[in-house]
Design a protein around this ligand. Structure first.
Ligand SMILES: *Cc1c(COP(=O)(O)O)cnc(C)c1O
Length: 371
């Protein structure tokens, strides 16, 4: 049996409604910022429950533009998670600022109790990352944000519809950034991103920044970027967005199915602690094993046709491309521990129970043989 990681062929197996939308677009020629972009923004704002949503070119830009709008730039520092995808750091870097990391909790997300220690005179913003689709402890982030007057821009790229104490991720701070990348829970056919905010002035600035700073055809208010959400991608998004809640529920059901099976495995397989009042949306399903078993089990799963992965085997702060940040081995022990213990299994909405049973069976088989 093969258990693929990418489910995109299944997701877009019946693309006729999308093709129809693209045919309509051809008639109008509104290839940049067509009415379909505004339609998507309206639907997205409604989905998340914010006043505004602004479509941009990528999830990276969905983080970069709010920082820029807040005036963060050269010489400034932004506090974020040591355990994240490189795009978080890339967004901070692109505006000339420097990422300062804090370590993770056993739930793989930024440990909000460590933020205060990372604050310096140069700190200008906090960027919590709801990694894997699990919320950061936002009460603590809000406390620090208020105490030091530091704005929050949430990296919600992996966490569409994720909730912390009943409140949707992306709505806690000045703005929240989401990715529409093909591998994210709400995915289009290329790069895309969207920013949510409840602040009218932030919305206005973001609309300027994503379109060269153009106030109208002839007047430039600020220096901006070319970072518009492509109209074709908005058409794909408009087709998919009504399915977002169903996609989320299916991922949660799949995760619960894995959880129930793995909890029976005598502690050989360990799961991150369950937190009350948090609704996880399972962009990634991660479990842990002893360090000595991780690579052999991963290899066994791969040899069995299961596209298991590790998010991530090398922590960002130990990457060559981030050496200039000045961190040294051991600075983020929990992030390091994850890199040695974790395995990611497919958990997407198109995964079948047979495929899940096969994955579970192969993990069991590995441990039976290892004994
Ligand atoms: C996907 C992702 C981003 C943004 O990535 P893009 O490829 O630019 O859409 C940012 N942060 C995290 C944590 C991500 O997973």
């Amino acid at each position: 049996m093969k258990v693929r990681y990418s489910y995109l062929q299944q997701q877009f197996a019946n693309p006729e409604p999308i093709f129809e939308g693209i045919r309509e677009l051809l008639k109008s020629g509104a290839f940049t910022l067509g009415p379909q972009v505004a339609e998507f923004e309206g639907k997205f704002a409604q989905l998340i429950g914010t006043k505004y949503a602004i479509g941009v070119a990528s999830g990276t830009d969905a983080l970069k533009l709010p920082l820029k709008a807040l005036g963060v730039g050269h010489g400034d520092e932004v506090i974020t998670a040591a355990n994240t995808f490189i795009a978080t750091v890339g967004a901070i870097n692109e505006i000339g600022a420097t990422a300062r990391f804090v370590d993770a909790t056993p739930n793989y997300v930024m440990d909000a109790t460590q933020i205060e220690r990372a604050i310096t005179k140069k700190t200008k913003a906090i960027m919590p990352v709801h990694f894997t689709g699990e919320p950061v402890e936002m009460e603590q982030v809000l406390y620090v944000s208020k105490k030091y007057s530091l704005p929050i821009v949430e990296d919600a790229c992996q966490s569409i519809l994720c909730k912390y104490k009943g409140q949707t991720c992306g709505t806690f701070g000045s703005a929240g950034g989401f990715s529409l990348h093909p591998l994210k829970n709400l995915n289009v056919w290329a790069d895309g991103g969207v920013i949510v905010t409840n602040d009218a002035e932030m919305d206005r600035k973001l609309r300027l920044l994503r379109n060269h700073g153009l106030k109208n055809r002839d007047e430039i208010e600020v220096l901006g970027y070319n970072s518009r959400l492509d109209t074709i991608q908005a058409i794909v998004g408009n087709w998919l967005i009504p399915q977002t809640r169903a996609i989320t529920s299916k991922r949660q059901e799949n995760a619960a199915y894995y959880d129930a099976a793995f909890m029976k495995m005598d502690g050989l397989v360990r799961l991150p602690p369950k937190r009350a009042n948090c609704e996880r949306v399972y962009h990634l399903y991660i479990f842990e094993v002893d360090e000595k078993h991780r690579n052999p089990l991963l290899q066994f799963l791969l040899n069995s046709g299961i596209e298991a992965k590790v998010h991530y085997p090398i922590p960002l702060y130990q990457q060559e491309g981030l050496r200039h940040l000045g961190y040294k081995a051991g600075d983020f022990p929990e992030t390091d521990r994850h890199s040695r213990h974790i395995i990611t299994l497919p958990v997407d909405q198109h995964l079948s129970r047979e495929e899940q049973d096969y994955c579970i069976g192969k993990v069991q088989e590995y441990f039976t043989k290892a004994k």
